[in-house]
Design a protein around this ligand. Structure first.
Ligand SMILES: CC(C)(COP(=O)(O)OP(=O)(O)OC[C@H]1O[C@@H](n2cnc3c(N)ncnc32)[C@H](O)[C@@H]1OP(=O)(O)O)[C@@H](O)C(=O)NCCC(=O)NCCS
Length: 212
């Protein structure tokens, strides 16, 4: 599962290490994707079995090039134990646009971990990837998630987008939040240190910024 680990853009923050999803993260990620409460606003139903979580982990660990999506395991810096996930997906290079997703295991919520981890990925997306717009589609009742993105400078641009996600046998609506990078800016003020940008091809490295 942990292919291309040498080239993966590891992000470090004050308290966390965001790295490639590895098989040993199954327990930590099942505490997220298997928890009905944490998943009540998500765009697919909670994983009833570890095998279902592992299937998601495979998607998260797939490092395609150029990247349509990229997923990071959120781990504590000291012990490198995974307790969450942040990803980007639906990247549209032509429009310099992508969408982010994030989840923190319930036992670790309420300590600012979500904000710190998402800030690092936002920083990476706007800085290294050069994304101009970063979207977060958030269930209208997911107030914690709305507070999180507003803290990082996102604004609500519309919604509810009615029945946006099909989840099991029903549909869920979503509010559209967007972070728009100031033109010419390298990214939002963050604490990011990326350990590796190698996967962004020689051409992009030469330009100092990955092409979208
Ligand atoms: C949304 C979610 C990621 C937020 O995770 P989190 O780690 O609790 O997020 P935050 O960073 O926003 O935590 C902020 C809280 O921690 C508190 N906090 C404690 N120590 C802190 C610190 N050092 N720094 C910042 N905040 C701190 C804040 O006061 C705040 O509490 P409050 O909301 O009661 O005021 C989490 O609730 C989750 O995983 N939900 C389920 C999945 C989901 O819905 N994902 C979003 C899909 S759109």
């Amino acid at each position: 599962m942990a292919r291309a680990s040498d080239d993966f853009p590891v992000l470090t923050t004050e308290r966390m290490r965001l790295r490639l999803v590895e098989p040993r993260d199954a327990t930590g990620l099942h505490a997220c994707f298997g928890d009905p409460q944490a998943m009540r606003f998500w765009d697919f139903p909670p994983c009833g079995t570890m095998a279902q979580t592992v299937r998601i982990m495979r998607w998260l660990a797939r490092t395609t090039s150029p990247h349509d999506h990229l997923g990071w395991a959120v781990a504590d810096k000291r012990r490198d134990r995974c307790f969450g996930m942040v990803c980007y997906h639906h990247r549209e290079p032509r429009n310099k646009r992508l969408e982010i997703g994030y989840i923190i295991a319930p036992a670790h919520q309420g300590r600012g971990m979500g904000t710190e981890a998402v800030r690092a990925v936002l920083d990476y997306c706007t800085g290294t990837l050069g994304a101009h717009r970063v979207h977060a589609l958030i269930h209208p009742e997911n107030h914690r998630s709305m507070q999180l993105v507003e803290r990082l400078g996102f604004h609500c641009e519309g919604g509810p987008l009615t029945d946006y996600w099909r989840v099991g046998d029903s549909y869920r609506s979503a509010m559209l939040y967007a972070f728009v990078a100031p033109t010419g800016a390298a990214g939002p003020a963050g604490t990011l240190q990326a350990a590796s940008y190698k996967h962004h091809h020689g051409r992009a490295r030469k330009a100092g910024r990955a092409r979208q």
